[in-house]
Every structure is written in structure tokens, then in C-alpha cells.
Design a binder for this molecule. Structure first.
Ligand SMILES: C[S@@+](CC[C@H](N)C(=O)[O-])C[C@H]1O[C@@H](n2cnc3c(N)ncnc32)[C@H](O)[C@@H]1O
Ligand code: SF4
Length: 274
């Protein structure tokens, strides 16, 4: 069993938003559809809970709230990883579809609500308030680091983080319908990576990071030389390289000049608010 700090677990490909430079390539250009079927999630839980022991396991997408069985997904992850902190990462637009009391029942859950459009922040804050009103005794604090601002709300079994990311680093080049790596110095690229230490479980294989897992799942990716690791593969080799630069990191840019101002309205398209 490998004890690791963080693991992302992909449960959705589609998104109700389209953010330029999305690390999951869930933006409109790539026409991602669907979610990971519940049965496949269960099988992955059965297999990988015997191999990986993450302190924090993040429910990742696309937009996880698009998963029609998200409550069951969270229960499964809790059942198979009873000791891990579960981090549920969402853009928050679809919170209104769910009973706000639901979020207290999984135990040790952190909900990270990413604010992608300042003009919609108030609407999303109202959804967070519905959750907060379910209980008394919350503690609040504000934090800020590296252009990433956060409001933290803590209760016994649930914490809610409202986060704003000022910039997105483009994890690929996309010209004439073809995905292309940057061919950077891996060390430099890794030093500015937004998620340098988090492998992802994606369609029953483990990958160094979310962008490479998603890129390899798309067409026109023949310029990328990487393979996900199966449960029977060399997990130790992958775990040893967590938070270290390696060859595949050359696919990402080594300079921040390839960043996108995420707070500019034109870089985030909301497909459906209702
Ligand atoms: C890929 S999203 C998936 C979950 C959900 N749809 C959301 O937006 O929160 C997970 C997190 O990655 C962040 N993210 C996406 N693309 C990024 C990029 N290129 N650079 C930095 N952060 C990025 C988002 O802001 C979000 O907080
Ligand atoms: S909300 Fe934006 S960052 Fe999150 S998955 Fe959708 S497109 Fe990507």
C-alpha cells in the first residue's frame, strides 16, 4: 500500500462551463461528453483502495455535479477510503439541484467551490449560504497566496472553500485541431505547475497529472509519449516521482507568459445558468 498526500479521481468529462486553458480539457474546443459510469467508479475503488492510501482524495472533473449519481459516488469513495479527507471540487453552479443537508453526511468532506466569473459570484455565494444555514457553529477565515484567494468555512464534518484563481497556465498548445506539447525544460515547467504533486486516477489507470490523462483520452495527441500505469504496473516508480519533474513535464510551458487571465469574462463561457 502506498501512502500518498493527494490523489485526484476523475468522475466527469463534461462541464457546464468552458474555461480557456482548463487542465481537464473540459472546455468547448474538445467537446467532452459524459461522466464516469458508477459501476466503473466502484471497480476502480475496489482495485485502487488496496494500492493507494491518500491523505486527501479529490473528486475531479469536468464538473462532478453533472454526475447523476454524485451522492452515490461520494458514498462509495468514503466506503473504500474511510480514513481519507474527501475534497469535492466544483464550480458550484449546480449546487441548487441538491439538498444542502446532503453535504454533511459523508464525513471529513471539503467542498472547494471555484469562482470562475465574478459577475456570478453572488449567485454561487447564495448556494453556499444555503449549506451554511443547515448548521450553527461555523468558523470563517480568509486566506490569500500567489494570486489565489480563498474564503474558508469550517464545521465538524464539512469545510467549504470559496476559491478564486487569478490565472490559468495553458497546459498544451492547440493549433489547427492538433494538441501539441511545449517542449520545455521539465524542471522549469514543473516549478510553475499548478498541480505539481497530484496523480490522477483516470479510467482505471494512474497518471502523473490531470492534463496528461485527459490529453491522452482525446484525438490528435500523437505528439505525446506517455502511458498511464495500470494497477498491475509499476506503481512504485510513479509514486517515487510524485512532486518531482520528469520527462512528461516538458509538455507544459516553462514561462508564466502562457498564463490566461482567468477573471476576464471572455475566458469563461457559462453554457447554461438555469
Ligand atoms: C479542472 S477543475 C474541475 C472541477 C470544477 N469543474 C471546478 O472548476 O472547480 C478543478 C480546479 O482546477 C482549476 N484549474 C483548471 N484549469 C486550470 C489551469 N489551467 N491552471 C490552474 N488551475 C486550473 C479550476 O479553477 C478548479 O479549481
Ligand atoms: S468549470 Fe472550468 S475549470 Fe472546471 S472543469 Fe469546467 S471548464 Fe474546467
Amino acid at each position: 500500500m502506498y501512502r500518498i498526500k493527494r490523489l485526484d479521481f476523475n468522475v466527469a468529462y463534461a462541464c457546464n462551463l468552458s474555461c480557456k486553458g482548463c487542465i481537464s480539457l473540459s472546455n468547448d474546443e474538445f467537446k467532452r461528453k459524459g461522466v464516469e459510469p458508477l459501476q466503473d467508479i466502484k471497480e476502480q475503488c475496489e482495485t485502487w483502495s488496496k494500492i493507494l492510501d491518500p491523505s486527501v482524495i479529490s473528486i475531479f472533473g469536468g464538473e462532478p455535479l453533472l454526475h447523476p449519481k454524485i451522492e452515490k459516488v461520494l458514498s462509495l469513495i468514503r466506503e473504500y477510503w474511510p480514513q481519507s479527507q474527501i475534497r469535492f471540487i466544483t464550480n458550484g453552479y449546480l449546487l441548487r439541484r441538491y439538498d444542502p443537508n446532503m453535504w454533511f453526511k459523508f464525513g471529513a468532506l471539503e467542498m472547494q467551490v471555484s469562482i470562475h466569473r465574478l459577475d456570478h459570484e453572488q449567485m454561487i455565494t447564495e448556494e453556499i449560504k444555503k449549506i451554511v444555514r443547515c448548521k450553527t457553529g461555523w468558523q470563517a477565515k480568509r486566506t490569500s497566496s500567489g494570486g489565489h484567494r480563498q474564503l474558508e468555512l469550517h464545521h465538524d464534518e464539512l469545510s467549504v472553500y470559496k476559491s478564486k484563481f487569478k490565472t490559468f497556465v495553458m497546459p498544451y498548445k492547440f493549433d489547427n485541431g492538433k494538441l501539441e506539447p511545449f517542449k520545455s525544460d521539465p524542471k522549469k515547467a514543473h516549478s510553475i505547475c499548478g498541480s505539481p504533486d497530484t496523480p490522477i486516477l483516470y479510467k482505471n489507470k494512474l497518471y502523473k497529472c490531470a492534463p496528461i490523462a485527459n490529453i491522452l483520452d482525446l484525438d490528435h495527441n500523437d505528439l505525446y509519449n506517455y502511458e498511464g500505469t495500470e494497477a498491475t504496473g509499476d506503481i512504485e516508480a510513479l509514486v517515487k516521482m510524485i512532486n518531482k519533474p520528469e520527462k512528461i513535464c516538458s509538455m507544459c510551458p516553462e514561462q508564466r507568459s502562457h498564463s490566461i487571465d482567468h477573471m476576464k469574462k471572455e475566458n469563461v463561457h457559462v453554457k447554461n445558468i438555469d
